[in-house]
Structures are given as structure tokens and as C-alpha cells.
Design a protein. Structure first.
Length: 124
């Protein structure tokens, strides 16, 4: 499977999904004009990658995201939750800056909504 690498822009996070090392990273601000269009290749890649059980680490480091990005985050976590149910072994990290209370609160909300994923909050 090919890796998915998208460079960060002023409005979109960097996506670095490495199928060989099983390290999947989403990092940077997420306020794209067309959120669903931007994230479609991301969700498609994840669905394909997890079509068979995997052992992977997924790290989110998104200091700010708008409401439409929040909806897509839920979609991404749904994909991860299904992958875990289907036998994947996942480490899910939600990284946030120590001074970013909103980032920490968002991570806590995802933890509550996706208890089976055991999302680890990582203060950086």
C-alpha cells in the first residue's frame, strides 16, 4: 500500500500516513474551506489500510480546528473504532500544547465518546 503524504498549508494539517512503519500522523491547524473534500483521501486511505487488521500508532496534533473539521475528526475516530473492533491493535495519541486548554478538552471529549479506543492525552 502506498503512503499518504499531504503537506500542511495555512488552512490544512499535514498528513503523514506511513503504511510500512504503521505510524499515522495528522498535525497542524485544520480550517479548510471544504473540509470534507480535503479529508476524503484521508478517510479513503484509512478505510483501505484497515481493510485487514493492522498494528498502528495514530497521532493527532491539531492545535485548532473548526466545527466542520470536528465532524470529520468524529468520522476518523469512527473508522479507528471499527478497525479496533475488526482486530486491529491501535495506539491513539491526542497531543496538545500545555497552554492549549481547548486542545486538552477536545481530547477529553474524544476519550469519552470513543472509550474503546483508549485515547492517550499527551501534553507537549
Amino acid at each position: 500500500m502506498e503512503n499518504l503524504i499531504l503537506e500542511a498549508t495555512k488552512y490544512t494539517p499535514a498528513i503523514n500516513f506511513d503504511a510500512q512503519t504503521h505510524q499515522l500522523t495528522i498535525e497542524g491547524k485544520s480550517t479548510p474551506e471544504n473540509t470534507f473534500e480535503f479529508f476524503k483521501p484521508v478517510t479513503d486511505w484509512l478505510k483501505s489500510y484497515f481493510s485487514a487488521p493492522q498494528t498502528a500508532t495514530i497521532a493527532f496534533n491539531i492545535p485548532y480546528f473548526n466545527s466542520s473539521s470536528s465532524r470529520v475528526m468524529y468520522d476518523l475516530f469512527d473508522i479507528l473504532e471499527k478497525a479496533k473492533e475488526d482486530g486491529s491493535s491501535l495506539t491513539v495519541l491526542w497531543k496538545y500544547a500545555a497552554e492549549n486548554e481547548n486542545g486538552e478538552e477536545s481530547g477529553e471529549e474524544f476519550q469519552e465518546d470513543f472509550e474503546d479506543l483508549n485515547i492517550e492525552l499527551v501534553k507537549i
